[in-house]
Design a protein around this ligand. Structure first.
Ligand code: SF4
Length: 282
């Protein structure tokens, strides 16, 4: 007898199938993801010796779109402090991230603290080989204190599942950790105040592949503003990691036609990670 699904599971499956259909995927198979491969440790370089690609984050090699802003000053101070650098190892990443969280504390460093309910630090596996960076918390995230838990989060979960992974296998953070009023784009001074913490998180997790979700994440990770179209579809060397830029799930909810483009970007990430396709298209 066919097993009855509870409504929540059924709705999640329906949503998942819709998502695959939007990607243009109409025929499915799933090769088992090699769990050992996903758990494998990437080479961990000493933080202070991390090579910074010439085209990635160097303030000297990038046009500064925030010439009047403290953006570059913030970026110069992104290297992990000695106590964190000393703490980082495969075993101590959790502790190192907790140190960063403790340092953030009940943060009032920028104006965004005034409207927040919960500060959103991050979610996921501190040893992940794949990390997503979004823009900032929305209403659901602000209420729960976790990134990407609203509708955009459901879509991100589907994107991760399409890669053959589970959300718990990746690490997710945002440019700013407090919700901008009305979900507006963070102001440069807000993002510049908050991103040093994000960079420390990245330094601790040291994923092999970093996916910037949307223009804000791409701008503050790469250190310069450029239309998304010019950044998508390729790998950007980034502090010894590979950075891939794609659309923010919230944008994909507004314009589902772009999901195929986002899927193409995620396939680049999968290739870098050595993941086989979770689904095939005709
Ligand atoms: Fe602090 Fe970042 Fe929140 Fe601003 S957004 S108050 S810098 S944690």
């Amino acid at each position: 007898m066919a097993r009855q699904l509870d409504p929540a599971t059924r709705n999640a499956l329906v949503e998942r199938v819709r998502f695959y259909r939007d990607l243009g995927l109409t025929e499915f198979y799933r090769r088992p993801v090699d769990a050992a491969m996903m758990a494998a440790e990437p080479e961990v370089l000493p933080l202070e010796a991390t090579p910074i690609a010439a085209d990635a984050a160097s303030p000297d090699s990038q046009p500064n779109i925030f010439a009047e802003e403290p953006a570059i000053a913030a970026r110069k101070s992104i290297s992990a402090p000695p106590e964190i650098a000393a703490a980082v190892s495969a075993e101590d990443r959790v502790a190192a991230l907790q140190m960063i969280r403790d340092e953030i504390g009940d943060c009032t460093r920028c104006a965004l603290h005034k409207g927040r309910n919960k500060l959103v630090f991050a979610d996921g596996d501190p040893n992940a080989r794949l990390m997503f960076v979004g823009e900032g918390p929305g209403a659901d995230e602000d209420a729960q204190g976790l990134p990407f838990v609203g509708k955009a989060g459901q879509l991100l979960n589907n994107m991760i599942a399409a890669m053959g992974l589970k959300r718990e296998q990746v690490y997710i953070a945002n440019v700013v950790k407090c919700r901008p009023p009305g979900n507006r784009t963070p102001e440069p001074d807000e993002a510049n105040t908050c991103t040093p913490f994000l960079f420390r998180q990245i330094d601790v997790v040291r994923p092999q592949v970093l996916v910037a979700l949307g223009a804000t994440a791409a701008t503050y990770l790469l250190g310069h503003r450029q239309p998304l179209a010019g950044l998508r579809g390729r790998v950007h060397p980034f502090r010894g990691m590979q950075l891939i830029v794609t659309y923010h799930p919230a944008f994909l909810l507004r314009d589902p036609r772009q999901k195929k483009e986002a899927w193409a970007d995620l396939q680049i990430a999968m290739k870098e990670l050595g993941l086989s396709k979770a689904a095939s298209s005709r």
